[in-house]
Design a protein around this ligand. Structure first.
Ligand SMILES: [Zn+2]
Length: 294
């Protein structure tokens, strides 16, 4: 009978090589662990609590997209709370329009995070905050937003620009009211859809209704902090959301959100979250179902 080979024999050169390769792979996978830990295959949308302003963070497979930054540095605390501590980069920042309650926090974000790309509807708008933004972003690749552009987030998720139809950089009307040249976005993942309206008002809603883009979406970031100049009845009917989200500061001087808009939502049985009462809200999507963490 043949005896089995002794197991404590010396390793051959090729066996040593295999051993080293396995050890190296183990070390690599250890370093890769934090990335794996956050890539849960779920799409997270955070409606951040930045007071009277707007900021939403999309986190998918360890990549982040930030839409607006609120009125001040509070965005940094909010990002610190929801982003992994070791992650100091944001893949894409979208500025919906140059008003202070959307852009000022983004200037702070550009100082603290490595931002890879920016999408905005550029305008020669003349305010101190917007001038700061232009200075801070000078070294970041910036894309002029235009309806139809799609950003592929991988694994079936995509972000699409629905508005502006044409770049509006020297449109006098847009300069008068930046809400009429808003970057409106649609996020799709499987059967789930989220509309980010920024501060879009009725005029933009009607243009979207006249256009060919699909508006139906289960989730709606309400336009202009729930102001009565946004979220028209026809628009709400076309979107037909299950849930709505309102970025708004407690006891703000504008009276946002307007009771008419809240009544409209209630009439259609649409549940809503508002950051002044509910704080930051996390929407988790798997392509079919959703979960709210609040
Ligand atoms: Zn605005």
């Amino acid at each position: 009978m043949m005896l089995p080979k002794p197991i404590n024999r010396k390793l051959s050169l090729s066996e040593w090589l295999v051993f080293l390769m396995i050890a190296f792979a183990a070390i690599l996978s250890f370093w890769a662990l934090p990335t794996i830990a956050v890539s849960d295959g779920l799409l997270h949308v955070y409606f951040l609590n930045v007071g009277q302003g707007d900021a939403e963070l999309i986190d998918f497979n360890g990549k982040q997209i930030l839409i607006d930054g609120g009125p001040d540095s509070k965005i940094l605390q909010e990002l610190g709370r929801v982003m992994p501590f070791y992650d100091h980069s944001i893949d894409l920042v979208v500025l919906t329009h140059p008003h202070a309650d959307h852009v000022t926090g983004l200037v702070e974000v550009l100082k603290r995070y490595e931002v890879e790309q920016i999408v905005e509807n550029y305008t020669p708008y003349n305010t101190a905050e917007y001038a700061e933004w232009n200075k801070a972003k000078s070294s970041v690749a910036t894309i002029q937003a235009q309806a139809g552009q799609t950003i592929d987030l991988g694994d079936g998720a995509a972000l699409t620009v629905l508005y502006p139809a044409d770049p509006k950089s020297d449109d006098e009307e847009f300069l008068k009211n930046p809400h009429d040249g808003m970057v409106v976005l649609r996020l799709d993942y499987g059967d789930d859809g989220v509309l980010f309206m920024g501060d879009a008002e009725a005029k933009t809603e009607y243009k979207l209704l006249d256009g060919s883009a699909s508006l139906s979406a289960q989730f709606l970031k309400i336009g202009h902090h729930g102001s009565k100049t946004s979220t028209m009845d026809n628009f709400l009917k076309a979107v037909n959301p299950v849930l709505a989200f309102i970025g708004v500061g407690a006891k703000n001087r504008y009276g946002h959100p307007h009771p008419t808009v809240l009544e409209r939502l209630e009439n259609y049985g649409i549940k809503y979250y508002r950051t002044d009462i509910d704080g930051a809200v996390e929407l988790i999507l798997d392509g079919q179902n959703y979960k709210i963490v609040n």
